[in-house]
Ligand binder design. Structure first.
Ligand SMILES: N[C@@H](CCC(=O)N[C@@H](CS)C(=O)NCC(=O)O)C(=O)O
Length: 362
């Protein structure tokens, strides 16, 4: 057993930050001793070379950046209570929820925060209050309103985003009417991940908070539970690697809309990487633009180098399964839209070097 730390983790975050909301429930669930401080972007840049929020400093003063890596490292250091299911279907399902959150969930999140007059005005006011300066807060808000477009939310596709969100909230409401968490009666990293959009944006922002309170009370109950996990009092994930039909339905709402857009991004990345030099230099976070659609409306968004890395993680776990087990996973997920992602055969491997992504020499 390692000696108990004599100082806490320090969590650099914002209340309004999507990826902070993705990490926070994991820290609480694991009952860690941590200080949560307003993100110091100068320090984050100094420690990681990047400007991404959040960052977690360990008691030994290591800097951890990237919510996905943070989950991995927390699990390795503090395995009990567990965040990662070890049974194949539940584990792949949890990975897919995280993939949805990291790659698609930003679209509805940015739409509800910045895509209407009321949303924009209230979020801008919050930003100004948060930084204590009209000028700095207004600039940050303008940058984020612009990011909404880069991420793929627009006035034109707003009806499709809202239809997707309504369907997702309905599926989640049905599920949380019967189960406390996504995989049963215990939290997993899938719940933590989904807190990114649902707590970090939807429950934080005026327009979507109303939507949740008026149309999705069971989801609000789940947000409250994830924020107060009380891990020892939780039950267990469903036995025999089962996925509740309502969880499968939720995965279907996610996959049928997100997977085609994600696959288009992967294709753009593959073509870009075919000709990219293997010089070990950090990959640009955006390598091109994708044009796809959501429920018949156009979605134009950047194609990134992060999605291929995240998909690779899922495929590594999926590919390691015994063929008979993989067949069972395939059968359970048939019709959810995620089949295309699980069938993807990347031509290039993306690796992490420090905090940067690089192309593996092949
Ligand atoms: N992959 C990173 C993404 C972090 C991220 O994009 N954070 C947002 C705030 S929620 C950010 O810092 N955006 C600023 C930027 O993109 O420059 C993670 O999972 O932690």
């Amino acid at each position: 057993m390692p000696a108990p730390p004599n100082r806490p983790y320090v969590f650099h975050s914002f209340e309004v930050s999507y990826f902070s909301a993705k990490v926070r429930p994991a820290l609480r669930y694991k009952r860690l001793w941590y200080d949560e401080v307003l993100a110091d972007s100068g320090l984050i840049r100094e420690r990681t070379g990047l400007t991404f929020i959040p960052m977690l400093l360990t008691p030994e003063d290591e800097a951890w950046q990237d919510s996905t890596d943070i989950y991995d490292r927390l699990e390795a250091r503090h395995p009990d209570p567990p965040l990662f299911p070890t049974t194949p279907l539940q584990r792949i399902a949890a990975h897919l929820v995280e993939l949805y959150v990291d790659e698609f969930g930003l679209i509805p999140a940015m739409h509800y925060r910045w895509g209407s007059e009321l949303g924009e005005a209230s979020a801008r006011s919050r930003f100004i209050a948060m930084v204590g300066s009209e000028e700095v807060g207004t600039k940050a808000a303008a940058r984020m309103a612009q990011a909404r477009l880069a991420i793929g939310a627009s006035d034109e596709n707003a009806p499709a985003i809202e239809a997707h969100t309504r369907e997702l909230l309905d599926a989640l409401s049905t599920h949380f009417g019967a189960h406390r968490y996504l995989l049963g009666e215990r939290m997993s990293f899938a719940d933590c991940a989904l807190m990114g959009p649902l707590d970090g944006h939807f429950f934080t922002d005026l327009v979507s908070r109303n939507l949740l309170l008026e149309t999705a009370r069971p989801v609000v109950g789940w947000i409250e539970r994830c924020n107060h996990p009380n891990a020892p009092a939780q039950g267990e994930w469903l036995t025999e690697d089962a996925l509740a039909p309502t969880c499968r339905e939720t995965l279907g709402v996610m996959g049928r809309d997100a997977a085609p857009i994600l696959m288009e991004g992967l294709r753009v990345f593959e073509r870009w990487a075919d000709d990219a030099p293997r010089d070990g230099k950090p990959l640009p976070r955006a390598v091109g633009q994708t044009e796809s659609s959501l429920r018949g409306l156009p979605v134009v968004r950047f194609a990134g180098s992060y999605a291929p890395w995240l998909v690779q993680r899922v495929l590594d776990d999926y590919g390691a399964l015994d063929p008979a087990v993989r067949k069972r996973v395939d059968e359970s997920l048939a019709g959810t839209g995620w089949e295309a992602v699980l069938a993807h055969e990347p031509r290039h491997r993306v690796a992490k070097r420090g905090y940067e992504l690089v192309l593996d020499a092949d």
